[in-house]
Ligand binder design. Structure first.
Ligand code: MG
Length: 377
């Protein structure tokens, strides 16, 4: 089947705002395919396999990791892009790269690293994981002869930088400008962001149930789960539990994608953007309908209260925070503990290099490094 034509409001690789370092155009791929391919080949992408999503990597082989999460986001985002005649490769590139800057141990690791930076190196400007993802693709990857980072297109970088504090936005130049003048990113970036939400809400239900930390009876209080689960059981009354859960999640993802596609299409029809730049100047165009937004918010609140703050998850979180803090403190107090490549002259530069080092660690690497530093002999 021939590729569907791009909508006028889609990002066009032929009209990209370009790369930080000029390069000859790719020969048999588009600029956005090249970005997607560079992301898949980079070190930070492979490290995602050993970074926590919710459950620590070694708790069980079936739980999502940041790598499988990123692939699920890309899969959902590509469906949405195709439905809306957006640039599928750009959406895929953004989705695959969106968590490259994530620390070990999920949000606990990131929050603790941010706290450590603020306490022990107040001049360094904290730690933000979206900004770190951009840092990975702009500076930290060392693969190419002519530049640091992956030298991605503006449109991919714009999508990776989902959030950013105003103070950092000021330092970032063009890529940070939308956080100052409060404009939007491309529709490809907007749908990648919502695909992230669809992916984690649904796979956290799946992983939460598999782990036994949440139960189907509890989830029956949540409308979006209850209606889809009831639909599955009406159709297959004798279905075994794990298949019923899978069918429910499959149906929820489908409903969310259909709702998001239809609502976004209607909003585009109303705003009539004639180009990607007009998308940026319109309000947010990608959105769920109000009833679906309310339902997903209810599911999010449920997961926060019952899964992310479950005592077993919290115990892991406390331990993870302690590891990150003790690593950071040890390196700040005595930079000689660091490998040469992470030593810097100035205090601010040293703190940033330590944050880069810790953020790049996988769960198991951080645990091993911590064990070695604090070994009692
Ligand atoms: Mg994510």
């Amino acid at each position: 089947m021939a590729a569907t034509a791009l909508a006028p409001y889609a990002c066009d690789p032929e009209r990209s705002r370009g790369r930080l370092h000029p390069e000859a155009p790719p020969i048999n791929r588009t600029q956005f395919q090249r970005d997607r391919d560079r992301i898949i080949h980079c070190n930070a992408f492979r490290l995602l396999e050993y970074k926590t999503q919710v459950f620590i990597n070694h708790e069980g082989d079936l739980f999502r990791t940041r790598l499988t999460h990123s692939i699920e986001v890309a899969q959902i985002a590509r469906t949405l892009a195709r439905n809306l005649s957006l640039h599928e490769d750009l959406t895929e590139a953004i989705s695959l790269a969106h968590d490259l800057g994530h620390t070990p141990f999920g949000h606990a690791g990131q929050d603790e690293l941010n706290a450590c930076m603020h306490e022990m190196a107040p001049e360094a400007g904290g730690f933000e994981h979206n900004l770190q993802s951009l840092r990975v693709v702009d500076e930290l990857e060392e693969r190419y002869a002519a530049f640091n980072g992956l030298n991605l297109c503006f449109e991919t970088r714009e999508g990776i930088l989902k959030h950013c504090s105003v103070s950092h936005a000021r330092e970032l130049g063009e890529i940070g400008r939308r956080f100052l003048d409060r404009t939007q990113p491309s529709l490809e970036a907007q749908i990648a962001n919502l695909a992230d939400e669809i992916a984690y809400n649904n796979h956290d239900v799946d992983d939460g149930l598999r782990s036994g930390l949440i139960r189907i009876e509890q989830l029956m209080q949540i409308e979006i789960f209850a209606t889809h689960y009831a639909g599955v059981m009406r159709k297959y009354p004798n279905l075994e539990r794990q298949r019923a859960v899978s069918e429910t999640i499959r149906a929820m993802i489908n409903t969310l994608i259909v709702d998001l596609t239809e609502t976004t299409r209607a909003r585009i029809g109303h705003a009539r953007p004639g180009s990607a730049d007009e998308v940026r100047l319109a309000g947010p165009l990608a959105a769920f309908s109000a009833p679906m937004r309310a339902q997903t918010n209810a599911l999010k609140s449920f997961l926060l209260a019952n899964l992310y703050r479950h005592s077993r998850v919290m115990r892991m979180t406390t331990k993870a925070r302690r590891i990150v803090r003790e690593l950071f403190t040890a390196f700040i107090d005595d930079p000689r503990l660091l490998k040469d490549e992470y030593r810097r002259e100035g205090d601010v530069e040293q703190a940033r290099a330590i944050a880069d080092y810790i953020a790049g660690m996988t769960d198991r690497y951080a645990i091993r490094e911590h064990r070695e530093l604090f070994r009692m002999d």
